[in-house]
Design a protein around this ligand. Structure first.
Ligand SMILES: [Fe+2]
Length: 178
């Protein structure tokens, strides 16, 4: 059995690059799902539609920020066309025709992204002892993105109780988020 007091291995430059590449694809998935919902013809309610459009634009911006980090580290990321093609065929939901179900889907997109960046930042904080890259810049960008994901979680929760109509069925996790 592994010694529980044994410290974890230091995170490497390659680990950081792989995590950023995962974040890049994750943002592409969230962007594509929000976009699918935004263009849903069943929508005629302005508050929810605006929220989804803003979420899509924010994910695109996050993807660009992570792409810029990867470029500064000399690493590659898939082109947006490659990502879009794969995502549309594998990760986009079929059109959902219920506003509350759409908000639930958006809620979990925001929450998943928040949890991902939170885990990456905790990992960096605990195990970044042997890096040669400029980790301060990576941390600054990821902290900013994490804060925006958390804002997104609360925005969806508010929209679920907005003037467009309350969604009492949205299951909000009981865990503490901050
Ligand atoms: Fe994001």
């Amino acid at each position: 059995m592994a010694d529980q007091t044994e410290s974890k291995a230091a995170i490497t430059d390659d680990d950081i690059i792989r995590l950023l590449q995962i974040g890049y694809v994750l943002e592409g998935i969230v962007e594509a799902r929000s976009d699918r919902h935004t263009t849903n013809e069943v929508f005629d309610r302005t508050i929810t539609r605006r929220l989804l459009a803003d979420a899509r634009d924010e994910s695109r911006q996050h993807r660009r920020q992570i792409g810029a980090l990867l470029e500064s580290l000399g690493a590659e990321c898939s082109s947006s066309q490659q990502i879009e093609k794969r995502i549309k065929s594998h990760y986009c939901p079929a059109e959902i025709d219920d506003r509350c179900d759409i908000l639930q889907d958006q809620f979990y997109s925001e929450l998943s992204a928040y949890r991902f960046y939170d885990a990456v930042l905790n990992e960096i904080q605990a195990n970044a002892t042997a890096l040669s890259i400029d980790i301060d810049n990576v941390v600054t960008v990821l902290e900013e993105i994490r804060a925006e994901e958390l804002e997104g979680v609360f925005e969806v929760m508010n929209a679920a109780n907005s003037a467009d109509g309350a969604c009492s069925d949205i299951e909000i996790p009981k865990e503490k988020l901050v």
